[in-house]
Design a protein around this ligand. Structure first.
Ligand SMILES: [Zn+2]
Length: 67
């Protein structure tokens, strides 16, 4: 299971921490920043993985439809 948002295609991206060594800031630990994924069941019964920022947008539109 890849950690990719099925709505916007957000992927894990590389990032690094900076540490002060010998009076200079140096990149030290490289790591991956993962998207905040959430499993969501759609109205037609299909289950997809989407990031929470997409979920927020979806929620807003669903509320608009209900009103
Ligand atoms: Zn997304």
């Amino acid at each position: 299971m890849a950690q990719v948002c099925e709505f916007c295609g957000k992927k894990p991206r590389k990032a690094s921490t900076y540490k002060k060594i010998r009076s200079k800031y140096n990149p030290t630990n490289a790591y991956f920043q993962k998207p905040n994924l959430k499993k969501v069941k759609l109205l037609n019964g299909k289950k997809i993985k989407i990031c929470t920022s997409c979920w927020k947008k979806m929620k807003k539109e669903l509320l608009k439809v209900k009103k």
